[in-house]
Design a protein around this ligand. Structure first.
Ligand code: 5GP
Length: 212
């Protein structure tokens, strides 16, 4: 392929959803994916829950009051929104479309409810991945080890994990996180394959015309 032909194959970005029960390794995998793929940006959600220690406004979440969240819903600023663990979470639409228009891919850490809405709203651009823990015991161990939540909250998260896991069939890809390195490599394979999908290589028709 000549360089001129190769550069005519422009790419269209996509939206990558990574869902899992808390503690399955999602945060670490997301960080890795962003480090390894310069064209990816993370979608920053708005939430009504309080910030945890080490969380930064605008980097981890936009922390808003209920009334502000209501106003954002009324102004139709969310691509999706849902109640998770008694708090409200929503994905602001504007940065997502700006990123796509800028040729970027966007990574989402949202639950199954948000994934359903996102898939309905922007179907052809969404790729969904569900991350499963190797066992419930391991999930409990990881939740306790990270020490972010009180014992009560850990118990609630374990109960919710079973509910979250029940939605695994609604996703395009399923990863079981036995080993972080291996799972990160598998996630990267998914990204690589999705980049090659016909509809994401927007300049392909012109290029193929040069071959026929
Ligand atoms: P955490 O409070 O631990 O940061 O997140 C709790 C859950 O809320 C996670 O399962 C996460 O995927 C989900 N979540 C975070 N942001 C959003 C969002 O914007 N929309 C939806 N639907 N879920 C979200």
């Amino acid at each position: 392929m000549s360089n001129a032909a190769a550069t005519s194959i422009q790419r269209r970005g996509f939206l990558l959803v990574l869902s899992s029960p808390s503690g399955a390794g999602k945060t670490t995998l997301s960080r890795r994916l962003l480090e390894d793929n310069a064209d990816f940006v993370m979608s920053v959600s708005a939430t009504t829950r309080a910030a945890r220690e080490n969380e930064l406004e605008g980097r981890d979440y936009y922390f808003v009051k209920d009334a502000e969240f209501d106003a954002m819903v009324d102004r139709r600023e969310f691509l999706e929104h849902a109640v998770v663990f008694d708090h409200r979470y929503g994905t602001p639409s504007k940065p997502v479309f700006e990123a796509l228009e800028g040729g970027h891919c966007v990574l989402f850490d949202i639950d199954w409810q948000g994934t359903q809405q996102l898939t309905e709203n922007v179907r052809e651009d969404v790729v969904t991945v569900f991350l499963l823990p190797p066992s419930l015991d391991e999930l409990a161990r990881r939740l306790k080890a990270r020490g972010l939540d009180s014992e009560d909250v850990v118990q609630t998260r374990m109960a919710k994990a079973v509910d979250e896991i029940s939605h695994w069939r609604e996703y395009d890809y399923i990863l079981v996180n036995h080993d972080l390195e291996e799972t990160a490599a598998q996630l990267q394979m998914i990204v690589g394959a999705e980049r090659l999908r016909l509809e994401r290589q927007t300049g392909l028709s012109d290029f193929v015309r040069t071959l026929t």
